[in-house]
Ligand binder design. Structure first.
Ligand code: G4P
Length: 295
């Protein structure tokens, strides 16, 4: 997609974030990598592994309310096979949030045992939360904090502006110092992030994007698009995305003067409905196609 080229990764920005994270790594015990359960591969910053180095980590698949539950299970299995603890949760309803603290404790079991052996029973566990924009980082931190009556504080020795949140007795979260932008080298990764709304629409051609999404859904989840927009599978099989978009606009009566179809409105509708989960619980990244989980 042409438009995505203009929002390429900015190396200077990344260097700054990388340095900030590196300087904070010594203060934390583990890293929670937030991913979007609909795109567990595409929503992972490809340089993340080198940024967080060898810190113990766990994956949090957020927005699982919008992903295919079977696919989410497969992804969790895949992460586990790669030796990475993974949990699925949904910050909208709060489902799964209670698995977070026990999972971190499990990941850090040896370390916690070593603390106890040194007489440091109950030492505060500190976890840094990382994730690309829109993955639900703020929602996660807010939810976890509220659930446990949070206290935000400035700590000595920590650069001002860092946000620490107490989420439970002896358990603190650190919001990421800096932003981990996704990388758009892979065109399909960029497109998937645009479909789910992680790339702001105002820098994209939404008609083109909605057309590509309709083609993608037609090829991978034909029932979702055919049922929602009352389209015939065989009819749309050979169509270009833009033609399918026009069909959707026609079916929805989105016409402008002269009987022309308002494809701009149709595009906004398709994108909104997809992002709102009205086309079903859809996971765009398939675990079986993934050879490297990148975390
Ligand atoms: P960020 O800090 O990583 O950038 O993400 P943020 O928490 O701001 O969340 C981005 C959007 O995703 C928000 O919607 C938020 O409500 C939504 N969201 C977060 N977690 C979940 C989840 O588990 N399930 C669902 N369905 N949505 C989730 P928004 O439209 O930008 O704002 P609003 O709807 O909260 O007003």
């Amino acid at each position: 997609m042409e438009e995505l080229k203009s929002i390429q990764w900015f190396p200077g920005h990344m260097m700054k974030t990388k340095r900030k994270i590196e300087s904070q790594l010594k203060l934390i015990d583990a890293v929670a990598v937030l991913l979007d359960a609909r795109v567990p591969y595409s929503s992972c910053n490809p340089d993340l592994r080198s940024v967080i180095n060898n810190k113990p980590r766990l994956v949090v698949l957020n927005k699982c309310d919008m992903a295919d539950p079977e696919e989410t299970k497969k992804w969790i299995r895949l992460f586990k096979e790669k030796g990475i603890a993974a949990i699925a949760l949904d910050c909208k309803s709060g489902k799964g949030l209670n698995t977070f603290i026990p999972t971190v404790k499990n990941v850090l079991a040896d370390k916690i045992k070593a603390w106890e052996a040194k007489g440091m029973k109950g030492k505060t566990v500190k976890v840094m939360v990382v994730g690309i924009p829109n993955v639900g980082k703020s929602s996660f931190i807010n939810r976890m904090s509220k659930q446990n009556r949070a206290r935000v504080e400035d700590r000595p020795g920590v650069t001002r502006g860092n946000q620490w949140f107490t989420i439970g007795k002896g358990f603190d979260l650190l919001d990421t110092p800096g932003v981990l932008w996704p990388k758009f080298n892979d065109k399909l990764v960029g497109e998937k992030l645009a479909y789910i709304g992680s790339v702001k629409d105002d820098i994209l051609d939404t008609e083109h994007l909605a057309g590509r999404l309709l083609e993608y859904l037609r090829d991978n989840f034909p029932d979702s698009v055919c049922v929602r927009y009352k389209l015939d599978k065989e009819h749309i099989a050979q169509l270009e995305g833009y033609d399918i978009l026009e069909l959707v606009g026609r079916k929805r009566g989105m016409l402008i003067s002269g009987g022309e179809i308002n494809t701009e409105r149709a595009a906004a509708t398709v994108l909104d409905e997809f992002r709102g989960g009205l086309l079903g619980k859809i996971t765009l990244d398939k675990s079986e196609e993934c050879c490297d989980v990148r975390v």
